[in-house]
Design a protein around this ligand. Structure first.
Ligand code: SF4
Length: 154
């Protein structure tokens, strides 16, 4: 079968809500509105590692942007993103379209506008001369419905 050769990068918990802080899951497992959109669009999905889960664990407390905005956490973010950057470089080299990314609205880590992890991700993309054409986010409400026309960061 012909490949789409189009790649979308997803925040980890869009496919696995088991990594979010307690009481904040927006779905039982994967977020269906994002998964359905990706299936219909024929996008290949690259799942980012969850930075908070791998830094503080499953039972971490809720924390703010300011609390995560420190050198140790930023260094952790950059470290776990390295294998992703390598994958995206290979896709770009092979002529794939890096269509975009989907982050998480109001997350201190994964908000595309003000999230520590996404800031480090953007920096690494720039350093590697990679460009994701679009940036979307899942809105911060319970049982959210992802709408790519409305939930675009840039
Ligand atoms: S850090 Fe990002 S991937 Fe992990 S649970 Fe929070 S929003 Fe999801």
């Amino acid at each position: 079968m012909r490949r789409s050769k189009r790649i979308v990068v997803l925040s980890h918990c869009l496919l696995n809500q088991n990594t979010v802080i307690h009481e904040e899951a927006r779905a039982m497992g994967a977020v269906s509105s994002v998964v359905n959109w990706a299936l219909e669009g024929g996008y290949g999905l690259v799942q980012l590692p969850c930075p908070e889960f791998t830094f503080l664990g499953e039972d971490r407390p809720p924390m703010t942007y300011e609390q995560y905005d420190n050198p140790a956490y930023r260094s952790h973010c950059r470290q776990i993103l390295q294998p992703i950057i390598k994958q995206l470089q290979e896709y770009q080299r092979a002529g794939y379209e890096l269509t975009g990314s989907v982050g998480i609205g109001r997350s201190p880590s994964c908000d595309p506008g003000r999230g520590v992890y996404m800031e480090e991700f953007r920096q690494l993309l720039q350093e590697a001369e990679l460009e994701l054409r679009h940036s979307w986010f899942l809105p911060p409400v319970e049982d959210p419905i992802f709408d790519p026309d409305r939930h675009k960061a840039f």
